[in-house]
Ligand binder design. Structure first.
Ligand SMILES: *Cc1c(COP(=O)(O)O)cnc(C)c1O
Length: 381
């Protein structure tokens, strides 16, 4: 059977297979009328905590809010600095900015796209309040070195694990390696909801309690406010739907890993390694492949993406502009050339379809197309 198109992501394939389960779970919430504070929320929080091997899960409205709440927990504010990668989704940086603190950007390792721990030490100042590593594309950052540096300076580590539910660093699940883990249930994440949602994870009872207070207007009991928090709730329909999806998460992760392994084989046969670099996986991680991100060499990335699109093959650039180059952060005046690997990654990366239900024929189609495009001479400008 010939293939005419391959989407970057087709969430309907997964949802079709569990449609009845999902609708039954949603119907139960509708019938209960408990759209907020329903029993599915606490159930999901404990099931999610088990996956992250932590004592507590605290639901919130989004991954962005999870980041904001963890920085509020640390009382990050004006005059403080938070170290984070520049090569990440915007929300990692905006959480710092929103609280009036200064984002300080650390460069990445070129092979994993994650925080380069060797670059951290020189960025720490007396104002540094937290380090915010991102487990980008589903692979854990080097948490041994990051925690060691943070411990030495008595600084909190907040994990942005939005793309990495179920991923491991050595034998430890992400979300429980730093002080707080931040997760997103945005529909394209490995555990995607039926709308927005997020989760905070921690092993510390007091931290969990404080995060609950911060996410509910600092209110306890009702209408008595101890601190000024925000309103950030995970709703019951999300929690009920996510509990259904959670039952299929491990299998989906295995399918993503199988697809990544298949890409490695197919690309080897295609022999275009001079034109395209495959993503590297460290020996001591369990990767969950939220994205399969290659580098396209020789300045051809945008052209290659257009040619894939012309063949109805989906791809995406995560991320085309590192945070230090975003217009809204211009006032930070990051010195030119100080984050070379972040800038090079932004100009070379291209994410290819890797979703669990992707078929072997579709993968072959993607690789064959890339082979043809990369072997052809660049069209005259
Ligand atoms: C998706 C994502 C977020 C934000 O999550 P939302 O639920 O969309 O707010 C934060 N950080 C990273 C790295 C993400 O990929």
């Amino acid at each position: 059977m010939s293939i005419s198109s391959v989407p970057l992501l087709d969430i309907n394939r997964a949802n079709r297979a569990i449609r009845d389960e999902l609708l039954a779970a949603i119907a139960e919430v509708v019938d209960s009328g408990r759209f907020l504070y329903g029993p599915a929320i606490a159930a999901l929080e404990s099931e999610f905590a088990a996956i992250c091997e932590v004592d507590h899960g605290v639901g919130c409205a989004s991954g962005s809010d999870a980041l904001l709440l963890s920085l509020m927990l640390e009382e990050v504010g004006p005059g403080d600095e938070v170290i984070l990668p520049s090569f990440t989704f915007f929300a990692t940086g905006s959480a710092v900015w929103r609280l009036g603190a200064t984002p300080v950007f650390v460069d990445i390792c070129p092979d994993t796209f994650n925080v380069d721990p060797a670059a951290l030490d020189s960025l720490i100042t007396p104002r540094t309040k937290a380090i915010l590593p991102v487990h980008l594309f589903g692979q854990a950052a080097d948490m041994d070195q990051i925690n060691a540096i943070a411990d030495k300076h008595n600084i909190a580590v907040i994990e942005d694990a939005a793309q990495a539910v179920g991923a491991k660093w050595r034998d430890r699940a992400v979300g429980g390696i730093g002080k707080v883990g931040c997760f997103s249930f945005y529909p394209t994440k490995n555990l995607g909801g039926v709308g927005d949602g997020g989760m905070l994870t921690t092993n510390d009872d007091d931290v969990a309690d404080r995060l609950r207070l911060l996410s509910s207007h600092g209110m306890r009991p009702r209408y008595y406010h101890h601190i000024v928090g925000i309103n950030s709730r995970l709703d019951t329909i999300q929690a009920a739907a996510l509990r259904v999806k959670l039952r299929h998460l491990e299998q989906a992760a295995q399918q993503r890993r199988r697809n990544a392994a298949r890409y490695a084989e197919l690309f080897e046969q295609e022999q275009i390694s001079g034109e395209l670099e495959l993503p590297a996986t460290r020996d001591n991680v369990e990767h969950v492949w939220n994205q399969f991100t290659v580098r396209i060499k020789h300045g051809r990335r945008d052209e290659v993406r257009e040619q894939l699109a012309a063949r109805n093959i989906g791809s995406e650039i995560y991320y085309p502009v590192p945070l230090h180059k975003q217009a809204c952060f211009a006032s930070l005046e990051v010195p030119a050339g100080s984050l070379p690997e972040s800038e090079r990654a932004a100009s070379e990366v291209l994410s290819l379809p890797i979703f669990p239900e992707l078929t072997p024929d579709e993968q072959q189609h993607v690789v064959t197309a890339l082979g043809e495009i990369l072997r052809s001479k660049r069209a005259a400008a």
